[in-house]
Write a protein that binds this ligand. Structure first.
Ligand code: IPT
Length: 920
């Protein structure tokens, strides 16, 4: 893409801003994305998170997005803005506000009521996005996506997309607009596309997505790799070939797998997914994309974070770690380091942005193939070497011929395991002419080039000089041969540690070649025009008044080396002066190591205040203030049984979390009651008759696409089968609205009680009252709270006075059926220069689920940070981001424990855990 007049390889990572309620956290993640080589961040804006009710967009969340876009710009990242209205993202309702579930018109169509709603959302969010556009000089937004994966292409959808496009333009959106085509169908391509079989749409660019990398087995084992698809110039072409669907716009993959989400009842696959879609996957698959000239690539996710509160759709639990490069605790996984080498490469080697398919290049081994591309303007050749098939993991040494202006060569290379390499030939490497190298280029700047290869594998780099240059091998082992006939200087070596070679030639800028193995390559950070080695992370560099101010992180004492800094400058690290001296072969080196972080200690969480609730179960509870179920028509896709009023919670404005029902009837109580209910993934129902607990049921989990409705019968003890009046109390936990990926209004499936049948009781003789969340938290938004008694009465909030409550310690050995709360406070004294990523761990994380029938909503300083379900799992550790947590102050934890009652169904031990500690 041309950005600011420069042809730019858009290398983008996805992060979920609405999942992280903290600007400090956004800055951390965005700086890390920039540091690991991204120049762009892609963000969904979740309509449902931002809108508690029709017409309402004014809780802090929307204004926070302004801040997020500022922080992205400050971090030096372009932004791909994806405001939906429909997104997916494993978010509640696929990002739709839950109030849309009661709308008559079909969602994702041109139904007037639906379009009126999307207009409101676009007005609210476009006002923010518009003022952050790069095109008007006030921000860094470069692209705007309408809808997501709209896989229906009828007139109604076309009208709808046109409406979104026109609205965005009317709202001042000037940047190119695109849509993300689920899979590769050739749907919604710009008018410029002449490819047969495509569906034109109101878009400026065509983009598609794909998740070809594979996930882990259900037992959590990694399994074998998949084949990498050719979705650009190396592929089959045509409407369904990926980028080939649009022949006049850049190859643009709007989402390419950077991990995958995990489901209720799984064994916990995020760590495994991070390996399955780890370094080898990144090299093979992302490398294949590069060889296919996909010059706009976005990886989903690079930072998934937490689906806190009621954000998760039924298909996922609270952690949206995704096995992504930046884990939920904000730590860089090994795969982040590989991404870094790829990201630096695509941004350093400019000819990569404009290539065509080159001549076929044979490999000496049938186990390997070479995808060849050429930049016609610069003559630079790229050779992407990958196993054939690319899923193979054998150890192959082979050769292939290259032929450039410099002549013909036979190049030896090795691929071992899931691996691939992109070699560059005929290229201006920091003012020196590179003939070819079998090491990969990571980056280069004035006077320095950083190459890398796998530890122990041989490498050779050939540079051309008219006369014999001076070659000094400063570090490590390499041999140099100069061939005066061709003018070729050939360096031969085996990648190991860091090899430093200084080349000084007449009429050329002196060049320091740094040749690293992968572990060593990971120690380098490219920040603006500097190359820095040593610290765990380098965030920013500012040169000012002869002073170089670096900021970054150390996880242990670390060396510091700097290339590209002005000579004899003063260096500071996180504001403190660092003594430096000139290094061999150029650059500066710190005289002493940078310090690592101080040890931190975490308080124990043993003493808790305790109170039981669920008074709604008792017959005498006063529900006169509750909403009476009196609606007879619902727009939900699940209709009430004949003769019954509408009971579904959304119809009464109770959209998230828990909802209570009290059904009053007279006459003799029946032997059983059957309830049809909607609860989302691993949803829960508990029932009482006249205060006697009838039991609980959970929606079965353990599959990727779980059922979301239950139909359960509760037996009524004979002692209660007497003359009335009677009260049936039901609590339903709503674990999210379905996504609407199929454009079939699936988000409108009823939640809460859909219908209840009692043998012998006429349905119309039951009077129902309903209660969900009492109000929307103006700071934490609509997805923070449901309708538990404790939530309705402020028990989740830090300021609540619990001094009259009894004390208990955890682990506990008794529980009531229904909900009880445990509250405690703890003080943190994390030193100001320490970034401690903390979590809360319940029970034994090595056992995904156990036989205790209880679940917990975890409120930290009032924020609902997720749900633990002991007998479902797999999540035991809940990340507590700074911003939610105060690292230097008092914090409050409130646990809403909903149990089947009895000894074994009581909370296990709970402790604070460390997810990562660094010094900043
Ligand atoms: C793709 C969606 O676009 C994205 O929002 C998210 O839901 C992702 O999947 C999965 O995490 S859709 C797709 C893979 C069919």
């Amino acid at each position: 893409m041309i950005i600011d007049g420069r042809r730019t390889f858009v290398w983008s990572g996805e992060m979920h801003p609405f999942r992280l309620p903290s600007p400090a956290l956004w800055r951390d993640v965005l700086q890390k994305m920039k540091a690991i080589g991204f120049n762009t961040v892609s963000v969904y804006f979740d309509w449902g998170y931002h809108s508690p009710a029709p017409g309402e967009y004014d809780f802090t969340g929307v204004r926070d997005m302004d801040r997020l876009l500022d922080i992205a710009d400050e971090a030096g990242l372009y932004v791909i803005a994806r405001p939906g209205p429909y997104i997916n993202a494993e978010a509640d309702g696929g990002g739709f506000p839950a109030w849309l579930a009661t709308q008559a018109g079909k969602a994702r169509s041109d139904a007037p009521d639906y379009l009126a709603a999307t207009d409101e959302w676009q007005s609210a969010i476009d006002a923010i996005i518009a003022r952050h556009q790069l095109s008007n000089g006030t921000g860094s937004v470069i692209l705007y996506q309408i809808e997501n994966e709209l896989a229906s292409t009828g007139t109604s959808q076309r009208n709808y997309l046109q409406h979104l496009y026109d609205k965005a333009r009317a709202d001042g959106i000037q940047v190119p607009i695109f849509h993300n085509d689920k899979g590769r169908n050739g749907y919604w391509v710009p008018a410029s596309s002449t490819v047969p079989g495509t569906v034109p749409g109101p878009v400026d660019l065509y983009a598609f997505d794909g998740y070809p990398g594979g996930t882990c087995h259900t037992d959590g084992t990694v399994g074998s790799p998949n084949n990498a698809p050719d979705w650009g110039i190396q592929g089959a072409g045509g409407a369904k070939g990926g980028a080939s669907a649009s022949n006049a716009t850049p190859g643009f993959v709007a989402e390419f797998g950077g991990g995958w989400f995990d489901y209720w009842g799984s064994v916990g696959t995020y760590p495994c997914t991070a390996i399955r879609q780890g370094p080898g996957y990144e090299r093979v698959f992302y490398g294949t994309n590069i060889a296919n000239r996909l010059t706009v690539q976005n990886f989903y996710m690079v930072s998934g974070g937490t689906s806190w509160g009621w954000l998760p759709a039924p298909v996922v639990y609270s952690s949206y770690d995704y096995g992504a490069a930046i884990d939920e605790g904000r730590q860089l996984r090994a795969k982040a380091q590989t991404l870094k080498t790829l990201g630096y490469f695509v941004q350093s080697v400019a000819p990569l942005t404009k290539v065509d398919k080159g001549a076929d290049v044979p490999s000496s081994s049938a186990a390997v193939r070479i995808e060849h591309t050429v930049n016609a303007e610069t003559g630079t050749n790229f050779y992407f070497a990958v196993h054939s098939p690319s899923s193979a993991t054998t150890d192959d040494s082979f050769t292939f011929p290259i032929s450039t202006v410099d002549g013909s060569y036979t190049v030896p290379l090795r691929l071992h395991g899931q691996d691939a390499k992109t070699l560059v030939a005929d290229y201006d490497l920091a003012g020196n002419h590179l003939v070819y190298s079998t090491s990969e280029i990571e980056t280069h700047l004035r006077g320095v080039a950083l190459l890398h290869g796998r530890d122990g594998e041989a490498g050779e780099t050939v540079l051309r000089y008219p006369s014999s240059p001076t070659v000094d091998v400063l570090d490590g082992a390499a041999t140099a041969d100069y061939d005066p006939t061709a003018g070729d200087l050939k360096l031969s070596y085996s990648h190991h540690g860091l090899i430093r070679v200084r080349i000084t030639a007449a009429d050329r800028p002196a060049l320091t070649l740094l040749i690293a193995d992968e572990d060593t390559a990971a120690q380098f950070w490219r920040v603006d025009d500097l190359l820095v080695r040593g610290p765990q992370l380098v965030r920013t560099a500012r040169v000012h008044d002869g002073r170089l101010a670096l900021t970054g992180d150390t996880t242990a004492a670390a060396p510091l080396e700097i290339w590209g800094a002005p000579a004899a400058c003063l260096v500071t690290w996180n504001g403190r002066p660092v003594a430096v001296r000139p290094a061999v072969g150029g650059g500066l080196v710190a005289v002493r190591n940078l310090a690592g972080p101080r040890q931190i200690t975490l308080p124990e969480l043993t003493t808790w205040r305790y109170a039981a609730e669920s008074p709604e179960a008792a017959p005498g509870f006063d529900d006169s203030g509750w909403r009476t179920a009196d609606l007879t028509v619902t727009n939900s896709t699940t209709k009430p049984p004949a003769g019954q009023v509408v009971l579904t919670a959304d119809d009464y404005g109770f959209h998230h979390g828990d909802v209570w029902y009290r059904g009053h009837f007279d006459g003799t109580a029946p032997a059983a009651v059957s309830v049809d209910w909607g609860g989302g993934g691993a949803g829960l129902i508990q029932a009482w008759l006249d205060g006697t607990y009838l039991g609980q049921r959970q929606i079965p989990s353990g599959v990727a696409a779980p059922p979301t409705r239950g139909n359960d019968t509760f037996a009524i003890p004979s002692a209660l089968q007497v003359a009335g009046p009677h009260t049936l109390s039901i609590m339903v936990r709503n674990d999210g609205h379905n996504e609407d990926g199929g454009v079939n209004d699936a988000h409108k499936e009823g939640r809460g009680v859909i219908g209840a049948t009692f043998d012998g009781v006429v349905p119309s003789a039951v009077t129902w009252r309903i209660q969900g969340a009492a109000s929307v938290d103006p700071m934490r938004g609509p997805l923070n709270n449901g309708g538990l008694y404790g939530e309705r009465n402020g028990w989740s909030l830090p300021g609540f006075r619990d001094r009259s409550w009894s004390t208990r310690s955890l682990p506990d050995d008794s529980a009531i059926s229904g909900t009880a709360w445990y509250r405690t406070t703890f003080d943190l004294h994390i030193p100001a220069d320490v970034d401690a990523s903390l979590g809360l761990t319940i029970g034994d994380p090595s056992v995904p689920h156990n036989s205790r029938h209880y679940r917990v909503l975890i409120f930290v300083n009032g924020w609902n940070m997720g749900q633990y379900i002991a007998d479902v799992g797999p999540q035991h550790t809940f990340a507590l981001p700074t911003g939610v947590l105060d690292p230097r102050g008092r914090n409050t934890v409130a646990l809403a424990v909903t149990s089947d009652g009895g000894e074994a169904n009581a909370p296990e031990g709970i402790r604070l855990t460390t997810l990562g500690v660094s010094r900043r």
